[in-house]
Design a protein around this ligand. Sequence first.
Ligand SMILES: Cc1cc2nc3c(=O)[nH]c(=O)nc-3n(C[C@H](O)[C@H](O)[C@H](O)COP(=O)(O)OP(=O)(O)OC[C@H]3O[C@@H](n4cnc5c(N)ncnc54)[C@H](O)[C@@H]3O)c2cc1C
Length: 456
Amino acid sequence: MEEVDVAILGAGISGLQAARLLQNDYSVRVLEARDKVGGRLFNHTFANGDTVDLGGQWLGPGQERMYRLVAELGVETWPLYDQGDNLLFLGGKPRRYRGTVPRINPMAMLDLGLALSRFEKMARSVDPSAPWSHRQAADWDGMTLQTWIRQNCRTATARRLFNVAVGAVFAAEPCDISLLHALFYARSGDSLAKLLAVTGGAQQDRVRGGTAGLCERMAAELGQRVQLNAAVTRVSHAADNALQVEYTGGAIRCRRLIIAIPPNQALRIRFEPELPAWRDQLLQRMPAGSCIKCIARYDRPFWREKQLSGQVTSTIGPVRVTFDNSEPGRNSGLLMGFLEGDAARHYSAMADEERRQVVLDCFAAFFGEQARHPEEYVDRDWSSEPWTRGCYAAYFPPGGWTRHGERLREPNGNIHWAGTEFATRWYGYMEGALESAERAVREVQWMMQPAGAVHV
Ligand SMILES: Cc1cc2nc3c(=O)[nH]c(=O)nc-3n(C[C@H](O)[C@H](O)[C@H](O)COP(=O)(O)OP(=O)(O)OC[C@H]3O[C@@H](n4cnc5c(N)ncnc54)[C@H](O)[C@@H]3O)c2cc1C
């Protein structure tokens, strides 16, 4: 059986980055279940040649690894269209506003402002590399984000707007998530304000040709080291402490293994001997969020003619946020909307045509009848996708971080953990996926150096 120094599970951006960092010093093999690389980064090309991201798409300030990678691979970024007025739908007449926080009645505005600043202050006090160590960790991890929102937003409007923000950031409902996880997540990406913002925030820039194109370039560099259609089903320990990794169509031996797949997928692999109980229990507490990303293509971005940015916040739903995804230099107008949390769970079970209709009804309610008739429409339900089964990332429900989280990044013998869910900064984002790859690679390098070469 072929043997390599390091096998890597998953050719998402994390697994590919780990392989790039190791390839010069070690023999490496990346095993990918799908027939393409990229994982949660996925391009779709419309009939007119427009390429859109149906998975992760944005990068923003503070994501230095991502900007460095984009530059190394010789790819350009471009800013998301962020001019004109945003729209807020609370029921009744839509309101126009600019920036992240919409203009609402003064009482609700004050209420929301105070709740947001309380949340940010709490988030700033959380160490993103050890959220369990906070002196109030037990209290904060013992309640859902929903409980906290109820206690801290007095007006229904502030609560509803906070809930929309939670859906947009986590692709989950406030009742799903531990308060401590929400605070950690915000801190991990700097602040909730940054996670919500376009210019100056996490939605600032797009990648020319789509983010999956980055993974294709990384895979091209790696050549034969990346093996597609190789779904790993079983990992077993051999007598000489090597690992045997079985996948559809073959098996390989390795000295070290980096697992860079979503936690829910790691649970589907058979380990022999079994992973320790603590690792299994930890992975069981990392469910994925739910999101359907929907994009309609029009002959032009007609909403700009009314000085609208294409950005909507709606407490009515089922689409609750939209963005103008049109690429500069192309004629088409691309409107993108998310179905998130409960809406994604509900519409995941619906027929494709019914879902399309519901999404276009929302677009028409936001931007007028013209929006009901796109030239093309596409969506991707990430909860239905094998090898992912939810997005944007896993979250921790109450009790997860304090009871299990401390050992999240700990290797299990010669098995190391990467992927965005194993990051300390920008957890859930591409940047976090790169950070986790670097850390897993450092562990492997450390463990694989000859005994005499260890410097303390
Ligand atoms: C709709 C959506 C919007 C998002 N928006 C953004 C955004 O704007 N900005 C941002 O930074 N991030 C965003 N994200 C999150 C971002 O896409 C992820 O954080 C990142 O792509 C995760 O990379 P990864 O390598 O850790 O995991 P993945 O991309 O999930 O890669 C894991 C790989 O493992 C493979 N795999 C799974 N099981 C097996 C197995 N048994 N054997 C072999 N291979 C296996 C999968 O096929 C996959 O290719 C978004 C995600 C989604 C889905």
